[in-house]
Design a protein around this ligand. Structure first.
Ligand code: SAM
Ligand code: CA
Length: 242
């Protein structure tokens, strides 16, 4: 892992946390997260750890946070954009009451199918409607239909960062007043404050500008209240107020 010296903070991709030290993050995981992690989530986390793109998965502490959040707001109708092997999807499915639903979208069905047996074994597959393909046209179709305005309690966005603002334009219509949208990776590996000459990986550098633009736009959007949390790689919660 690369660090920038003195305070041991990371600069490079490879960490799941923005905390001061690895030891502190490990402490959180071992003390508060892993002992309470439901068995299916543990199983899916271990399966995903063997995937070559395992860096994309939601971290266990963020999974625990999402689960708590969904219960606190009493969410029923939810959406997820960006599923990968389904760790955050499973956290959502476990937190929702039995007759509630998740519309889950990803361009890659193969990865979703890696986690699907775990979701099925946990008896949760009936809550999920998975759509393979880019999310944007699905959102456009839903808006055109007119049936889905203000119908979502919770929407978790964890996909192509260069489309987050395009998602926001549509999701603000689909989430209900009082409902929440969570934009994940909103601190983008800490790169939002990296100096211009910082040795960032290519894809970190590319998406960074979109994340910076998103954060500014959300902070200036009068239709929402926001909360920026340093959980995982940063999540910005947006509560629709008008
Ligand atoms: N939430 C997931 C988890 O808990 O493991 C992680 C999602 S991963 C960071 C990002 C996902 O977004 C990838 O699986 C990728 O295939 C998907 N994706 C990328 N572009 C997309 C698009 N235009 N529409 C829907 N999904 C997309
Ligand atoms: Ca993420």
């Amino acid at each position: 892992m690369a660090t920038n010296g003195e305070n041991g903070r990371h600069q490079e991709v490879g960490r799941k946390s923005l905390l001061q030290s690895d030891a502190l993050y490990q402490y959180i995981l071992e003390t508060s997260v892993y002992p309470r992690e439901p068995e299916p989530m543990k199983e899916l986390r271990e399966i995903t750890a063997k995937h070559p793109w395992n860096l994309m998965t939601t971290s266990a502490d963020e999974g625990q946070f999402l689960s708590m959040l969904i219960k606190l707001i009493n969410a029923k109708n939810t959406m997820e954009i960006g599923v990968f092997t389904g760790y955050s999807l499973l956290a959502t499915a476990m937190a929702l009451p039995d007759d509630d639903k998740i519309l889950a979208m990803d361009i890659n069905r193969e990865n979703y199918e890696i986690g699907l047996p775990v979701i099925e074994k946990a008896g949760l597959a009936h809550k999920i409607e998975f759509k393979e393909g880019p999310a944007l046209p699905v959102l456009d179709q839903m808006i055109e239909d007119g049936k889905y305005h203000g119908s979502y309690d919770f929407i978790f966005v964890d996909a192509d960062k260069d489309n987050y603002l395009n998602y926001h334009k549509r999701l603000i219509d689909l989430v209900k007043v009082g409902g929440l949208i969570g934009y994940d990776n909103s601190l983008w590996n800490g790169s939002v404050v990296a100096p211009p000459d910082a040795p960032l990986r290519k894809y970190v550098r590319y998406y960074r500008d979109f994340v910076l633009e998103l954060n500014k736009a959300l902070a200036a959007d009068p239709r929402i209240e926001i909360g920026q949390l340093p959980v995982g790689d940063g999540i910005t919660l947006c509560r629709r107020i008008s």
